[in-house]
Ligand binder design. Sequence first.
Ligand SMILES: Nc1ncnc2c1ncn2[C@@H]1O[C@H](COP(=O)(O)OP(=O)(O)OP(=O)(O)O)[C@@H](O)[C@H]1O
Ligand SMILES: [Mg+2]
Length: 447
Amino acid sequence: MSLPLLTAVTPRYEADLTTRLGSSRAVHVVRRCADLAELLGAAAAGIGQVAVVSAELRGLDREAIRQLQAAHLLVLGVHRPDDEAGERMLRRWAVPVVVPVDADQTVLDAALAELLDTGAGEEPAGATTGPGQAPAGPAPRHTQEDHGDPAGGEDPPRGVPPLLADEPGRVVAVWGPVGSPGRSTVAVNLAAELAEPEHPVLLADLDTYGASVAQLLAVLDEAPGVAAAARAADQGTLDRAGLNRMTPEVTAGLRVLTGMPRPDRWTELREHAVQDVLAVCAATVPLTVVDTGFCLEADEELSFDTTAPRRNGATLAALDVADHVVVVGSSDPVSLQRLVRGLDQLAEVSAAPTTVVVNRLRAGAVGKDPARRVREALERFAGLTDLVLVADDQDGVDASVLAGRTLREARPTSPARAGLRELAARVGGRDLAPLSQSRLARRRARV
Ligand SMILES: Nc1ncnc2c1ncn2[C@@H]1O[C@H](COP(=O)(O)OP(=O)(O)OP(=O)(O)O)[C@@H](O)[C@H]1O
Ligand SMILES: [Mg+2]
């Protein structure tokens, strides 16, 4: 059987290549597209089953490849002879078979046979895998910039231990329902408690409604952040060294990928790009902590349109790839009810194990003995018997936000740290040096 084939190849090689494709028995050329727009239009119209694209085709990017694959086309990539960068780029964009554009008939036939073997109608392979300063804000932090390999090579970033290829780092998503229960505070301080020079942690802000990590840690607006990382992922150029350049080190071992500087730019964070970014994070550091948005709705009405970005796509992508989800609720009655419902919603989008944190624990919100009351309520309404409780510490948290520092730096004696360190020990899977017992005991007694 011969499959209909579309080409979109730069003019210099187009005629020769089309002649050779025409001699192949596996395919027959049905349209020679002048540019990417024509190719995508033909693909959307269902005209072909195979597409041949050249690496230097104007406008070609990962999204275009994804669109072709979403239209059930098998994509063959061609690149100029000796254009290793072009070849690498096509492979990063999940083009399954790539050959030089001057490949002879035998090589081309073999490539087409291999491509057809990958099977029509497959999902794209790629699918697998700063805010301004507040008026009273802190002085910008002097980040310990590490510019990595200026050539953009694949060397591990300086200061980051190389990982074995078969040992990706873990991704921990911090999520919580609507109502600002403290996702960002928990994410920042969880990452900070676990970060050590020998245990680097990357904190990524993927909240498309209100990114705040840059501001909480006083990282300058100019930090390129997640928008730049997603763009590079889309272009197939994001690697460990590149990520390293985009993630200033704010304290020893703690790197930050800042969020969208303005919430209306959320369209720049497409799900597959976010997945790629998190994959590179996991290949770069042993632990990535992700601050996410609250909303888990899937924009069902857009699901027919595989190219439309989804506002919650970044959060859903993070929850999808996360090895562990930290669920944050606040301790007042309204928040506890939202937490119970939120856990049900979360179960629909993530199968990862969870640790539930009840933040801002205080007697004023639920009555005397708040720990017992919260435990009883969550056992009764959500069947939860295992919680981490984080004390309310308005003074300490305010002081750390004002200073643009973590609690560990700005308020090491904060009573909120006891719960945060318990969380860190569970998530990080290692014991943390105990805080001063007398201090802790004193603080706990106040909860
Ligand atoms: N343990 C705590 N003690 C006192 N205040 C806290 C605590 N945790 C968080 N807060 C405060 O609660 C507010 C909300 O916290 P945070 O910004 O972390 O929540 P969020 O869930 O990320 O909110 P958003 O919906 O804006 O992303 C902030 O003013 C923060 O300082
Ligand atoms: Mg937040």
